[in-house]
Write a protein that binds this ligand. Structure first.
Ligand code: ADP
Length: 151
């Protein structure tokens, strides 16, 4: 540790990391999209998780790779099943806000054993999706912390 940032300890920097500084863009689909189209979207957008919204763009659910795989190995018709049938849904969705500490969000990822959290704005009528926080984002923050402190 070179002492370039002598006023800030590693633990202080760590506690100051915010979700909003490390989040990625969310990839959102309609609850009426078919499972087939959602799989196509997953590949096109190169993400592991899709967030599902209603007609008002409020968060209703989450679709993971395994949710889509599970449905695909069943003999069902993927072009006919809407994603709201197979998604994980509110109120069981774990989410975070931009202003939350990254540590708190990382704990949610581990405790709930999920790969990503929607980053939301809480409104009177529902949750507006403003970002996506993944394990990759947390890993990047971990590296930037090391770089900041010349570790
Ligand atoms: P995978 O299923 O591809 O391993 P995850 O570990 O993220 O991906 O998802 C595990 C299960 O948890 C899936 O059924 C998924 O719908 C659900 N899930 C994923 N993210 C969340 C979340 N933020 N809140 C609630 N459930 C979630």
């Amino acid at each position: 540790y070179s002492g370039k940032k002598t006023m800030t300890t590693v633990s202080e920097s760590m506690m100051n990391l915010k979700v909003g500084d490390y989040q990625s863009l969310p990839v959102v689909v309609s609850e009426n999209m078919t499972v087939y189209d959602a799989i196509v979207q997953l590949f096109l957008e190169d993400v592991g998780t899709l967030f599902v919204v209603d007609d008002h763009s409020f968060l209703q659910g989450v679709l993971s790779r395994k949710d889509l795989l599970r449905t695909s190995i069943g003999s069902q018709e993927l072009t006919k099943i809407p994603v709201h049938i197979i998604m994980s849904r509110m109120p069981n969705i774990v989410y975070c806000k931009k202003s939350d500490s990254l540590i708190g969000a990382a704990k949610k990822l581990i405790e709930r054993q999920v790969d990503s959290l929607p980053v939301v704005n809480e409104t009177e009528n529902g949750l507006e999706i403003v970002g996506r926080l993944t394990k990759t984002n947390v890993t990047k923050a971990f590296i930037s912390l090391a770089e900041t402190h010349d570790l």
